[in-house]
Design a protein around this ligand. Sequence first.
Ligand code: G3P
Length: 214
Amino acid sequence: MKLFLDTADIDQIRKYSFIIEGVTTNPSLIAKVNTEYSFEDLIQEISTIVQGPISAEIISLESGLMVEEAETIARISPNIVIKVPMTMEGLKATKRLSQMGIKTNVTLIFSANQALLAAHCGATYVSVFVGRLDDIGHNGMEVVKDTVEIFTRHNYPTQVITASIRNPLHVLAAAKVGSHVVTIPPSVIELMSKHNLTDTGLERFLQDWKKVKF
Ligand code: G3P
């Protein structure tokens, strides 16, 4: 399973670049970072830090315009993946982009049927938003599980990204159901690395080491 970082924060991307294999951004994440970069410069800067896939989202709603916008963004770097919203127009654009050899990440997926349509149109990735489903009392991970099962059974090359991660348990559950990728906010990567017993254990080792004679 690959780990992507779900952020547009350059400092955080630098900090975790030794762990992650890719980055996902969206308009909200980009709006959140207080940056002097333009959108294109920001994506370009991320591509100098991360060798793997970098998802950048288009904001057009009509398929022709979506394709034009995607072509412009894709020119920034060979590792750009175009994030396309899960609409009928988005699917049309996904199909065209796939024929053009431009990688896509169909986003805002909340059901396995949406994921199936995206895969059928040649999506490179589908992003299933588990946290937002859980927020409204649904089981987000069930959608990931069903989607992985469908893609495996029918040999779709599309990879499932578990997105909208809220806590370390989401990452664990995604790994167990065979998600190809999990895109994780920096705060959750930090939590994944921590355990109280690790901290107290290290403290004890260091204290005991002081008693050792050289
Ligand atoms: O990649 C975007 C997705 O992870 C959104 O997460 O926290 O806004 O539901 P969130």
